[in-house]
Design a protein around this ligand. Structure first.
Ligand SMILES: [Ca+2]
Ligand SMILES: [Ca+2]
Length: 354
């Protein structure tokens, strides 16, 4: 049964769904800039389709694993009023589908803090009068399908949380994607266009890349540029045929890339074992009693910062983190910061500090 009303007579309008798993389609909203339409989907696992908005729209939920799709047959041009998606008790999968739009875009996907709440904000995929906003902690995932006109998409931050993935599908358009920061996983599917993906902060470091980044270039000629040349702290870099990683930053995984351009900052050599496996222990260290866990020593020698360990032959030992960063664990206490003349009776490990 239809409920008819005069939109001009309403200050705002709230529609509350029931407990079942329902489907809601919003073909338009109220038209005043302060006339908010609020759709609360109820506690079921609901589906919401937002095809158009003229005034502000909130799609909320009282629970359930909802899926909210914004777009009308792949176009976001009908979204002229800002849409806010939230689901305080649970999580929503948000799909933003502009795959059929043909105009070039210069879009930004950001996460901003408003009154202490992390809120996502996507601008310029829609007409300029609208944003697509969401409460970051209320989303299970977000998927953005960009249009065929190409352009630029800047991702200043992705959803927080290791399980909360952001997927950006570039489709047929040729795009430049700037990945300036990630908190959770970000997957970029390049589609058939010729795409350029640049990973790194505005200061050209990977410090802000804390969620795994996956770049699938797919078809076309795709370029992946990794910018860490702004890093002044020496780092350990590891590159394989499909990954690039740096200590203190999340791994970048790639496929279908025709041009890979990694720009490294100051480089530090990875861990090395000074004794055993053919490594030479400096004679200056002399002979002495075995180190024990309570007498770990630290020192420097020829540009290496080293740490002596217990007699244990285990490597890695509890004192060391054998990751490429080779950080000495905080729980390890140095008995001395001066060169140690004690003979390393068992194992002595080091990393080159510069
Ligand atoms: Ca719901
Ligand atoms: Ca591509």
């Amino acid at each position: 049964m239809a409920i008819n009303f005069d939109p001009a007579a309403l200050t705002d309008l709230t529609v509350k769904g029931g407990m079942g798993s329902d489907t809601f389609t919003v073909t338009d909203t109220l038209s005043g800039s302060s006339q908010r339409l609020t759709l609360s989907t109820g506690s079921g696992d609901d589906k919401g389709f937002v095809q158009a908005s003229t005034g502000p729209l909130t799609v909320s939920s009282t629970g359930g694993a909802d899926v909210v799709t914004i777009g009308n047959a792949g176009s976001l041009q009908g979204i002229k009023g800002t849409v806010l998606v939230q689901n305080p008790p649970s999580f929503t999968d948000l799909i933003i589908d502009g795959s059929a739009d043909t105009a070039p875009v210069n879009a930004t996907m950001a996460i901003v803090t408003i009154s202490g709440v992390q809120q996502g904000r996507i601008t310029s995929l829609t007409p300029p009068s609208a944003e697509i906003d969401y409460v970051a902690g209320d989303l299970n995932s977000r998927e953005v399908k960009a249009g065929q006109g190409g352009g630029t998409v800047t991702n200043t931050m992705s959803l927080p949380g290791s399980l909360h993935t952001t997927t950006l599908d570039l489709g047929a358009g040729g795009y430049t994607v700037n990945v300036q920061g990630t908190a959770g996983a970000l997957i970029i599917n390049g589609g058939s266009g010729n795409d350029t993906v640049k990973v790194g902060s505005t200061a050209s470091t990977l410090d802000t890349i804390q969620g795994a980044v996956t770049v699938n270039g797919q078809d076309g000629f795709d370029t992946l540029t990794i910018n860490d040349q702004g890093s002044t702290t020496p780092h350990v870099y590891t590159q394989t045929a499909s990954t690039f990683s740096r200590d203190g930053a999340a791994t970048i995984t790639f496929s279908g890339i025709e041009s890979l351009q990694p720009n490294k900052g100051a480089v530090r050599a990875p861990c090395a074992r000074l004794r055993g496996r053919g490594q030479v222990v400096p004679a200056a260290w002399g002979k002495g009693a075995a180190n024990t866990s309570s007498t770990r020593r630290c020192g420097t020698w020829r540009g290496w910062t080293w740490k002596s360990c217990t007699r244990s032959s285990t490597w890695p030992s509890a004192a060391f983190d054998r990751s490429p960063s080779c950080r000495v664990r905080a729980s390890t206490t140095c008995a001395s910061s001066t060169p140690d003349s004690t003979r390393p009776s068992a194992s002595r490990y080091a990393y080159r500090s510069t």
